[in-house]
Design a protein around this ligand. Structure first.
Ligand code: NAD
Length: 305
């Protein structure tokens, strides 16, 4: 009996995909190469992707046998989920695969800002020894605002608690009782903005959250505010953030995500008070392996039960 054809169109660790070899016919292609994808997809019953393969109506039209699209990661921006649903194709992803990685990066970025780590490192590498220029601040005793108290927001709270900080959150879908049980105070957004020394953003990007932190919200902040965004670009309005930082109305920002990536035309990476990373929140070996294992398991279940 022939095995179902599984097409893997973005790189996945072969030590993990090998688990499917017995029950499936594994084929590979480069999904970012449109012609190669359209040529390979007609016989596929399962398509496993990461972020480089775009699955739209045209791909679905070429894939009459397709039953499942499995995204080894979280974001489904590269999949037309409505079109897949209309075509009767199941779409699965791995929503919790990288939450620990993002939470850990968030803590790292906060410490990097408080102790000027990127600038201090660059200075030593340049042969300098300017100890007085890198006086930082302790995190201990500061107020940390967690915007969005979902999976990542809660992991960030757990990881910051040992630093002896005051933890606060704003999340309309979380009760004050729920937050309090985890040692975190709940506040309306405006009150949070005017209270905290760090605001770390962990909400999804939706029409309602785009520009959620804008000029009005930043105007409420204390001069000590540092903003961290490891969620999605555009939730913090970049123009408003850049002008608050340039005018030293707030103290700093750490950004893993940008409205446009790479942020070629943004002034933010060039400001001394900003620490930047190139959207590496999920970029750990553990997160990538977890994502791959989750979707390989989903494919197995879809065919073998
Ligand atoms: P989640 O769905 O578990 O939590 C999101 C929380 O945001 C929810 O509790 C929700 O109620 C809350 N929320 C929604 N609207 C809000 C608002 N207006 N104000 C305050 N809170 C609001 O999601 P998660 O797993 O914690 O992930 C959070 C985000 O992190 C994702 O949506 C994604 O954009 C981002 N992310 C980034 C990376 C990266 O590589 N940097 C990787 C993974 C996830």
């Amino acid at each position: 009996m022939s095995h179902p054809v599984v097409l893997i169109s973005d790189p996945l660790p072969t030590r993990l995909t090998a688990e499917l070899n017995e029950d499936f016919e594994i084929r590979q292609c480069t999904g970012s190469n449109r012609a190669a994808l359209l040529a390979a997809v007609p016989e596929a019953e399962a398509l496993i992707i990461r972020s480089a393969t775009r699955v739209d109506q045209e791909v679905l039209d070429h894939a009459p046998r397709l039953r499942i699209i499995a995204r080894a990661g979280v974001g489904l921006d590269n999949v037309d989920v409505d079109a897949a649903t209309r075509a009767g194709v199941m779409v699965v992803n791995a929503p919790v695969s990288n939450v620990t990685s993002v939470a850990e990066l968030t803590v790292g970025l906060i410490l990097s800002m408080f102790r000027h780590l990127p600038a201090a490192h660059a200075s030593v590498r340049a042969g300098e020894w300017r100890r007085a220029d890198f006086q930082g601040s302790e995190l201990s005793g500061k107020s940390i605002g967690i915007l969005g108290f979902g999976r990542i927001g809660q992991l960030v709270a757990e990881r910051l608690a040992p630093f002896e900080v005051e933890l606060l959150t704003h999340d309309p879908n979380v009760t004050a009782e729920f937050a309090f049980a985890q040692g975190v105070g709940w506040m309306p957004l405006d009150e949070l903005m005017s209270t905290v020394d760090v605001l770390t953003v962990h909400v999804p990007r939706t029409p309602a959250t785009t520009g959620l932190i804008g000029a009005r919200e930043l105007a409420l902040a204390k001069p000590s505010l540092r903003v961290v965004n490891t969620s999605r670009g555009g939730i913090v309005d970049e123009t408003a953030l850049a002008s608050a930082l340039a005018a030293e109305r707030i103290a700093g920002a750490a950004l893993d995500v940008f409205e446009t990536e790479p942020p070629t035309h943004s002034p933010l990476p060039h400001l001394d008070s900003v620490v930047c990373t190139p959207h590496i929140g999920a970029g750990t070996r553990e997160a990538q392996d977890r994502a791959a294992s989750t979707v390989l398991g989903a494919v197995r279940n879809a065919f073998l039960g």
